[in-house]
Write a new protein. Structure first.
Ligand code: ATP
Ligand code: MG
Ligand code: MG
Ligand code: MG
Length: 401
């Protein structure tokens, strides 16, 4: 089943259960939202989780693109991408969590053909202010799904304050052998779907108060589910990455770990540009800039003549089509090429400045401030040029363009 079919099966299923499909937002949250990028499907819905009536009612379903800068360092493992799609459902003060889990179980096993024996759930085991989630526990026991109780891993919040609640996560077994152990005991259990019983609000002083209504907010990772349904053990092997796998190896012969970073970051950069962001030294533009620098650093490890000018436009088109973005692929590539030119220039300037006698010895705070303020050389770039890591990747060997 390819990703398009999964999306259709998912949204049809929830529509049959009374949910209205809402359009996913861009990666840019509403003005006034403290986060840089939408990092979960619930983001654009926060006011409605807090009680404002939604014009389309109390049952919603959508597909939301998300970007998690917090996952940048995880990219390259089998399950984390920087930009990914989250299939979401909401009960805005309507049905309860156990019904949501029941539907999820049916959709996975009956609608999407997952072997019920390959499922594991986790449930909130209770903490200081909120007791264990016995309702979810009972549902999973009735369905014969093994459950692990945790405390920290099963409490969802979007930040230190705001809407939050206990959650129940659904894991799929990705191993070649029969399932064993539990999600916290064996990482071949892959988390695919989180159901958050969004009933509380955390105040500044840490206290929890009830939200005006009892919501359920769920998020299912599309690329994770697709790869597992397609019998693959990493998100980089699902159908979405097929054109990348087919096209890029002949152009840039890299090893699999390097490819994963390059594919992920290029794809993420294309989507971020498609949502209107341009490279800059602050905020969202800086995230874009970091993505490009990190991928170039990996690309240049063996051969600094490689560059994003060679990126086939079909890959850009494939990505923006997948995210339903309307952008000129030539423009996107031009922007990446310009960013590459600036980075090369910056590296050259950095090397020249650092070759001066003044900077031969250990660098103090004052030197770092001077290099930054006068020469535009960020601290991480300076340390990596001194052989302490890759510029842009926060680790690894020095770059050699
Ligand atoms: P993990 O523990 O694996 O990092 P999470 O608990 O942070 O995942 P949630 O915040 O619960 O993830 O998000 C809901 C779903 O979105 C997850 O169950 C997963 O399927 C998917 N997801 C989360 N982060 C990523 C990512 N970086 N790349 C791809 N899919 C993701
Ligand atoms: Mg995570
Ligand atoms: Mg998790
Ligand atoms: Mg989770």
């Amino acid at each position: 089943m390819d990703t398009e079919q999964i999306v259709r099966t998912f949204t049809d299923y929830y529509r049959e259960h009374g949910h209205r499909r809402i359009t996913g937002s861009t990666l840019l949250p509403d003005p006034g939202d403290p986060v840089l990028f939408t990092s979960a499907g619930m983001h654009p819905l926060t006011p409605y989780l807090e009680g404002r009536p939604h014009p389309l009612g109390r049952r919603l379903v959508n597909v939301q693109r998300c970007l998690r800068t917090t996952d940048l360092e995880e990219v390259g493992d089998s399950r984390h991408l920087t930009v990914f799609q989250m299939l979401g459902t909401w009960s805005l003060g309507d049905y309860e969590g156990s019904r949501s889990l029941d539907w999820a179980h049916r959709l996975l096993t009956e609608g999407l053909g997952v072997d019920p024996g390959l499922l594991h759930a986790t449930v909130y085991g209770g903490g200081e202010q909120v007791g264990p989630d016995t309702e979810s526990l009972r549902l999973w026991q009735e369905r014969g799904v093994p459950v692990e109780l945790t405390v920290d891993d099963n409490w969802w919040s979007n930040g230190p304050v705001g809407p939050c609640g206990p959650d129940s996560e659904i894991f799929l077994w990705s191993g070649d052998t029969p399932p064993r152990s539990t999600p916290t005991g064996d990482d071949r259990w892959v988390e695919v779907w989180n159901h958050v019983m969004m009933r509380h609000r955390r105040l500044d002083d840490g206290r929890l108060v009830p939200l005006p209504q009892r919501n359920v907010d769920t998020g299912l990772g599309l690329e994770r589910l697709a790869s597992l349904l397609q019998g693959r053990s990493s998100v980089f092997e699902c159908d979405i990455f097929e054109p990348w796998r087919r096209t890029l190896p002949s152009l840039w012969p890299l090893d699999e770990p390097s490819f994963r970073v390059v594919w992920d970051h290029l794809r993420s950069a294309v989507v971020v540009v498609g949502d209107g962001i341009r490279p800059s030294n602050t905020g969202r533009g800086y995230v874009l800039r970091r993505l490009v620098r990190r991928l170039l650093t990996v690309l240049w490890r063996e051969d600094s003549s490689r560059g994003v000018g060679d990126l086939p436009v079909e890959l850009i088109t494939h990505t923006s089509d997948h995210f339903r973005q309307d952008v000129d692929p030539g423009l996107v590539r031009g922007l990446l090429v310009e960013e590459e030119r600036r980075f090369r220039q910056l590296l050259e300037r950095g090397r020249n400045v650092l070759a001066r006698p003044r900077f031969r010895g250990p660098l103090g705070e004052e030197d770092l401030a001077y290099l930054h303020d006068t020469h535009g050389l960020p601290r991480d770039l300076v340390t990596s040029l001194r052989g302490e890591g890759d510029p842009g990747t926060d680790g690894g060997g020095a770059v050699r363009p």
